[in-house]
Design a protein around this ligand. Structure first.
Ligand code: AMP
Ligand code: GLY
Length: 422
């Protein structure tokens, strides 16, 4: 079989490595992929947002199954376009992808169907929003409606910061049209848990839980990033919390999407906060998380391709989704300066992959002589599995010590909060 994976980061590398385990798969094409995946997939220089070119390529190559991983092509309707051309595809339709692509859509869905989330107001007018924050409790959470590369959320500690955020999003349009509408919501407190779940629109099967580390610096300081590291499972996601999430959040969400006429098929990501009043939804993503995928898939015992086909064919109820015991830790090695300005083009030395250590390559390319060079902010996700979290964290950091490139930057405390909780 010939498979196509749309996307180019560490998440896509983890998906490709997990798909490759199925002996029926002969060839995997990555569009565009990156130089570090060249041993696992054929990289084709077609961008993830070039929907027409992706479909043309899939038809030309007689692709048997396509996996669309990033938010942008999903929001642009890549899965609809592939399916219309006869290519079976994993991922939500454009209509279902609104659960991530529009925060207003997601918040209204949760309100209408009684799914627990922060209280909120929506604004289309900057002056009305500024008037509102004058009396709103602080900190105030201000979110651009549309996709904003994970940067569209501002937690304003003062009225001035709140007014500035509204002005940046709605008047200066720093996120373009994504800021035409803003959501202003209540600040919630508690540990965060990421849960990725397979769903075919009717059945939902959650994967092992995980914890992201979003801030750039140790001790959760510094700017928000796409994620500097992850661990799985997340010790705050107890059996009791998991049961509540299933009853109060997961099942109501897929039923709500069905009732709205846009059933969600694919991987639905629940960004949860475990507040003292129970679990609440911070955000939905319409896709696998990055770097959550890098710790979740190495623990998947079931065959990923079989599960993805069951999702696409709406037979997930009869398809087991099982995980191994043990734990995983992924330490992201980034270019110094990320998420702001950084240099690239430095040669990379990787720690050797073993049964328990895998380096997922994100921001890298092959140089003229086939050498691997840094080419992005988040460069590598050095990942270890082990019998418990402590051992996984130690192994991941030992592998980081064997990995080298100039100006490498990583956090030293991935997994620390989880280990303290345990
Ligand atoms: P999002 O892009 O919606 O995931 O938001 C980014 C981060 O902002 C989240 O991971 C949370 O840490 C934080 N955040 C978002 N919404 C809230 C909220 N209502 N209360 C507290 N923190 C929030
Ligand atoms: N790691 C957070 C995300 O994928 O959105």
């Amino acid at each position: 079989m010939k498979i196509l994976v749309v996307g180019s980061g560490g998440r896509e590398h983890a998906l490709i490595k997990a798909l490759k385990k199925n002996p029926k798969i002969e060839t995997i094409y990555a569009l565009p992929g990156n130089g570090g995946m060249a041993g696992d997939a054929k990289c084709i220089p077609i961008g993830a947002k070039e929907i027409d070119e992706i479909v043309d390529f899939a038809v030309l190559k007689n692709i048997d199954f396509a996996v669309v991983a990033p938010d942008d092509p999903l929001a642009l309707g890549a899965v609809d376009a592939l399916e219309e051309s006869g290519v079976p595809a994993f991922g939500p339709t454009k209509a279902a992808a609104r659960i991530e692509a529009s925060k207003v859509f997601a918040k209204e869905l949760m309100k209408k169907y009684g799914i627990p989330t922060a209280q909120y107001q929506v604004f289309t007018d900057a002056n009305a929003a500024k008037e509102y924050v004058k009396t709103a409790p602080l900190p105030a959470v201000i979110k651009a409606d549309g996709l904003a590369l994970g940067k569209g959320v501002i937690i304003a500690q003062t009225l001035e910061e709140a007014e500035q955020a509204i002005s940046d999003m709605m008047e200066s349009k720093v996120f373009g049209d994504s800021g035409s509408r803003v959501v202003i919501e209540e600040f919630l407190e508690g540990p965060e848990v990421s849960v990725l779940a397979f769903t075919d629109g009717k059945t939902i099967k959650p994967m092992v839980s995980s914890m992201d580390h979003k801030r750039a610096l140790d001790g959760d300081q510094g700017l928000n990033t796409g994620g500097m590291g992850t661990i799985a499972p997340n010790p705050y996601y107890t059996k009791e919390v998991a049961e509540r999430c299933m009853e109060e959040i997961f099942l109501p969400t897929i039923r709500a999407m069905q009732a709205e006429g846009c059933p969600f098929k694919g991987c639905l990501y629940f960004g949860l906060m475990i507040t003292k009043n129970g679990p609440k939804v911070i955000e939905y993503n319409c896709r696998f998380g990055d770097p959550e995928t890098q710790v979740v898939l190495p623990l998947l015992k079931s065959d990923l391709f079989t599960v993805m086909q069951a999702v696409r064919n709406e037979t997930l109820d009869s398809c087991p989704v099982e995980f191994m015991g043990g734990a995983a830790c992924c330490v992201v090695m980034a270019s110094q300066g990320y998420p702001q300005h950084y240099e690239k083009g430095f040669p990379i030395t990787l720690a050797p992959d073993t049964d328990e250590i895998t380096t997922y390559v994100a921001g890298a390319k092959l140089g003229e002589n086939g050498e691997l060079l840094t080419n992005g902010g988040r460069v590598l996700g050095v990942t270890a599995t082990a019998e418990n979290l402590k051992a996984a964290v130690e192994k991941a950091y030992a592998a980081v010590q064997k990995t080298h490139f100039e100006n490498a930057y990583y956090r030293h405390d991935i997994g620390k909060r989880a280990l303290n909780k345990e």
